[in-house]
Design a protein around this ligand. Structure first.
Ligand code: ATP
Ligand code: MG
Length: 421
């Protein structure tokens, strides 16, 4: 026997029972996006590597060590998308739907990052993205927070906390950067290897370190928040006011910097204590400079990405179960004439909107009824020689103790519709 080939590490198969929970989450998310007037956009899984280097930032974890990058047959460097915002902005510039207008968009699908796989952290994972373009004020910041909050409510997800912060604008960061470098320079001996590298390239990123040994040092570092420019401070006040008015609870978390370079002003995360170490379910922020940085006209923008694996895990923890609608009837067929009639009957029932399974692959009555039971149907329809001759079906209720009954084939669909209603 040849050697069995397993899935790639960190890339999951989703089996039908779990998929059913995913579908519940996806259906709820779509309904919420639509309720706020967000329209779906779909972008490719592959982009030119440069797109991510230029948007996410060379010295972020994602670009420095997590990307699936390869050369295609013509020698171009391509990357499996690690996130969707860069692609959506690229598409917006390419198709001209960002400049001088407002856009509310959502997107969803798999993302790829070469991370160390563990619970809640995979190499192929899924996100829903929400992005809003052309609106500079804090009203839209609040809107996307409300949108997220409505989704948690709709799914009945408890225990998510909203953390918010402001990163100011690049100019106000410059002065802060100097102060931060001085602080970390004076504690060089406590910096890990990554942080030493970032001290030269992008010191702000040190604040995003996940290394537990660095947390005390980071907590005592000067805060970007204290260096906010006035317009950013006002924006942040406006954002908080809107949240207060909407009755959304939040904590201001001055260490929240987020893992991507393109953020300006508002950043936020929805976190939970219910998922262990991988605590962030959803994260986002404003990225007012990104469109320009990628070659478009200056366009304010804000968005978030929500991790579906983590959200689905919360929904499952709360007792969600598979609830996709399975078939309602199983047609058991005995004899070659009945087999042919069975196929036809099944098609007839499907025409009438009844979900029908027709036995395939032979088997005696007992084994066919076993399959019917396993399929979870309410009714088994028996078709044997006698039934085909008389143009009837024998109906057996598998879930209730009642007599079998014979129904003319011409009436079977209306009989079942009545019973299943
Ligand atoms: P983390 O700090 O957990 O690495 P991040 O800041 O890298 O997250 P984002 O790029 O902001 O994450 O992505 C938004 C969301 O996508 C995260 O909050 C998380 O729910 C989910 N996510 C990110 N990376 C992974 C992964 N490798 N596996 C599963 N979900 C992920
Ligand atoms: Mg990460």
């Amino acid at each position: 026997m040849s050697k069995f080939i397993q899935a790639v590490r960190g890339m999951n198969d989703l089996l039908p029972d779990v998929v059913s929970v995913w579908q519940q989450v996806e259906t709820a998310a779509r309904a919420v996006f639509e309720a706020y007037g967000y329209r779906e956009i779909r972008v490719p899984l592959l982009e030119k590597t440069e797109l991510f280097a230029r948007s996410i930032g060379e010295f972020t974890d994602i670009v420095a060590k997590e990307m699936y990058t390869f050369q295609d047959r013509s020698g171009d460097s391509l990357t499996l998308r690690p996130e969707a915002t860069a692609s959506i902005v690229r598409a917006g510039i390419e198709h001209g739907f960002l400049h001088n207008q407002t856009q509310r968009l959502w997107s969803g699908g798999p993302m790829f990052r070469y991370e160390r796989p563990q619970k809640g952290r995979y190499r192929q994972f899924h996100q829903f993205d929400v992005e809003a373009f052309g609106m500079p004020g804090p009203d839209i910041d609040a809107e996307i927070v409300l949108l997220g909050n409505r989704l948690w409510r709709m799914l009945d997800v408890q225990g998510l906390q909203l953390e918010i912060n402001s990163l100011g604008m690049p100019d106000s960061r410059a002065g802060y950067r100097k102060e931060l470098v001085e602080y970390f320079q004076s504690h060089r001996d406590q910096l890990d290897e990554d942080s030493l590298r970032r001290l030269k390239s992008n010191p702000l990123r040190i604040l995003d370190s996940k290394n537990p040994q660095m947390q005390k040092l980071i907590a005592d570092a000067p805060s970007l928040f204290d260096h906010l420019d006035e317009a950013s401070s006002e924006h942040f006040m406006g954002f908080k006011e809107q949240l207060d008015r909407a009755g959304i609870a939040y904590v201001v978390s001055k260490r929240l910097v987020r893992g991507l370079d393109y953020y300006t002003r508002t950043v936020f995360e929805w976190t939970t204590e219910r998922l262990g170490a991988q605590a962030t379910v959803c994260g986002g922020g404003r990225y007012d400079k990104l469109v320009e940085q990628l070659g478009g006209k200056p366009t304010p923008a804000i968005g978030f990405a929500l991790g579906l694996e983590r959200l689905v895990e919360m929904v499952i923890q709360q007792g969600a179960r598979a609830e996709a609608e399975g078939p309602s009837v199983y047609i058991a067929v005995l004899g070659s004439q009945a087999e042919r009639a069975g196929m036809k009957l099944a098609e007839h029932l499907r025409d009438k909107g009844i979900r029908a399974l027709c036995n395939c692959g032979g088997g005696n009555l007992k084994s066919q009824l076993r399959r019917a039971d396993k399929a979870g149907v309410r009714f088994a329809l028996l078709l044997g020689e006698e039934e085909t001759r008389q143009d009837i079906v024998t109906v057996k209720d598998l879930r209730q103790d009642s007599e079998q009954r014979q129904v003319p084939q011409a009436e079977i669909s209306s009989y079942l519709q009545q019973q299943l209603a």
